[in-house]
Design a protein around this ligand. Structure first.
Ligand code: SAH
Ligand code: SF4
Length: 360
C-alpha cells in the first residue's frame, strides 16, 4: 500500500528533487510552493497552472494537511488559542499572539513531552510521538489562513517554538520546519524573528550552533544551581549546569548571537535574592550576549505545590540582575483567561474526553 505523507514536510529543495525523480520539470516545485505558501490553497486541484499529470502524481503521493481545528478560543487581549486534532486523533495546541511588532505564533513540536519538568502541563502526559515537520509547518499555515480570512493583509511575522514538546528531542523535524517557514520564496518568516526554546539538551545545542542559522535560541534555565535545577527540572541530572554552560559558551562563540535565558519565578522556590545573585555569577562572563526573561508562573491544576511569586519578589529579583549588568525583562502575559500556559488547553480537553468515556 502506498503511504501518503504531508507535502508540508518537504523543503523546497526536497520537493524539487522529488518532482524531478518522478518525471516532472524542476520549475514545477516553485509553482507548487506558491500555491502552498503564497496562495495557501487547500487542495492540489486548486493548483491550476500545474498540468494534470503533475497534479495526479502529487495527489497519489501526498496529502495537503491533516490538522482539524477542534477549538478556537479568543482571549480579551486578542490572543487566540487553537486546539488541533491530528490524523491519529491526538490533540495539539497553537497560539497566535498580537504584538506591536506583528503577529507571533507559538508552535507545538511533540504530542506531550518526555522531559517532565515539575511545573509544566505538557510534561504530565509524557510523549506520545514527535510531530512531523509538516505538522509543525501546517500550524503556521492554518493560523495564517485564519488571518487571511479577515482580509486585512496581515501575516505571521514571528514564531516561537515554545508550545508543547521539546524541540531538540525532535531535532531533525524541527530543523526542516525552520528551513521551510524561513524560505524566502514561501512564507519567508525571517530567521531573526524565530526563537527556539530548549530545556537544555546540551548535545543538541552544539548541533544547533553548527547549523549556521540566524534563528534565536532560548534556554529554559529556571534555577541558578544544580541542586535547585534538578529539583524542578529532572533533565538537569543528565545535563547539569556545567555541561549546559559549556554548550552555551560554544554556541555564543560560534554564532555571536544573543541568547535568552528563561526563568520562571516560583514563589519561595527560586525567587529569593540569593538565587538572583547566583544567577548573576552564572552569567557574568557572558552578560554582553545574555538576556534574562523573567516569567511569571502560570498556575497548572496538577502542580499545586507551586505558586506565582509576589510582585515585590519579582521586582527585587529583576533589580538584582539589572544592578549587576544583566539585561532582563519580565514577560508580559498573553491570554491568561484562556488557559494560555503551554499544554493547559490540551490537558483539560484530554481530561474532559476521558471523563466522557467513563460516563458512557
Ligand atoms: N520544551 C521547551 C519549549 C516548550 S516550553 C522548553 O522547555 O524550553 C516553553 C516555555 O514555557 C519554557 O521556558 C517553559 O519552562 C515554560 N513553561 C512551562 N510551563 C509553564 C508554566 N506553567 N508557567 C510559565 N511558563 C511555563
Ligand atoms: Fe517539556 Fe518544556 Fe514542558 Fe519541560 S517545560 S516538560 S521541556 S514542554
Amino acid at each position: 500500500m502506498l503511504v501518503k505523507s504531508s507535502i508540508y514536510s518537504l523543503t523546497r529543495q526536497q520537493l524539487e528533487e522529488w518532482l524531478v525523480a518522478h518525471g516532472q520539470k524542476k520549475f514545477r516545485a516553485q509553482q507548487v510552493w506558491d500555491w502552498l505558501y503564497k496562495k495557501r490553497v487547500d487542495s492540489f486541484e486548486a493548483m491550476r497552472n500545474l498540468n494534470k499529470d503533475c497534479r495526479l502524481v502529487l495527489e497519489e503521493n501526498f496529502y495537503l494537511g491533516t490538522l482539524q481545528q477542534e477549538i478556537k478560543q479568543e482571549s480579551k487581549d486578542g490572543t487566540i488559542k487553537f486546539l488541533f486534532k491530528l490524523s491519529d486523533g491526538n490533540l495539539i495546541e497553537t497560539v497566535l499572539m498580537k504584538f506591536n511588532y506583528g503577529y507571533s505564533v507559538c508552535v507545538t513540536t511533540q504530542v506531550g513531552c518526555n522531559i517532565g519538568c515539575s511545573f509544566c502541563a505538557s510534561g504530565i502526559l509524557t510523549k506520545d510521538r514527535d510531530l512531523s515537520a509538516g505538522e509543525i509547518v501546517e500550524q503556521i499555515v492554518k493560523v495564517q489562513q485564519h488571518l487571511d480570512a479577515k482580509e486585512e493583509q496581515e501575516r505571521v511575522s514571528h514564531i516561537v517554538v515554545m508550545g508543547i514538546g521539546e524541540p531538540f528531542d525532535n531535532y531533525d523535524n524541527t530543523m526542516n520546519f525552520l528551513r521551510i517557514v524561513n524560505d524566502q520564496k514561501g512564507l519567508s518568516i525571517g530567521a531573526r524573528h524565530i526563537t527556539v526554546s530548549t530545556s537544555g539538551l546540551a548535545k543538541r545545542i552544539y548541533d544547533f550552533a553548527d547549523e549556521n542559522m540566524q534563528v534565536n535560541l532560548a534556554l529554559s534555565l529556571h534555577a541558578p544551581n544544580n541542586e535547585l535545577r534538578t529539583k524542578i527540572m529532572k533533565i538537569n541530572k543528565a545535563f547539569p549546569l556545567e555541561k549546559l554552560m559549556d554548550a552555551i559558551d560554544y554556541y555564543l562563540e560560534k554564532t555571536n548571537r544573543r541568547i535568552t535565558f528563561e526563568y520562571i519565578l516560583l514563589k519561595g522556590v527560586n525567587d529569593h535574592k540569593q538565587e538572583a545573585q547566583q544567577l548573576v555569577q552564572l552569567l557574568k562572563d557572558k552578560r554582553h550576549l545574555s538576556y534574562v526573561n523573567l516569567i511569571p508562573y502560570n498556575p497548572v491544576d496538577e502542580h499545586i505545590q507551586y505558586e506565582r511569586s509576589e510582585k515585590q519578589a519579582i521586582l527585587d529579583f529583576y533589580q538584582v540582575l539589572l544592578e549587576n549588568g544583566i539585561k532582563c525583562g519580565v514577560r508580559v502575559e498573553h491570554g491568561t483567561d484562556i488557559d494560555a500556559a503551554c499544554g493547559q488547553l490540551r490537558s483539560k480537553q484530554i481530561k474532559k474526553d476521558k471523563q466522557k468515556a467513563t460516563e458512557r
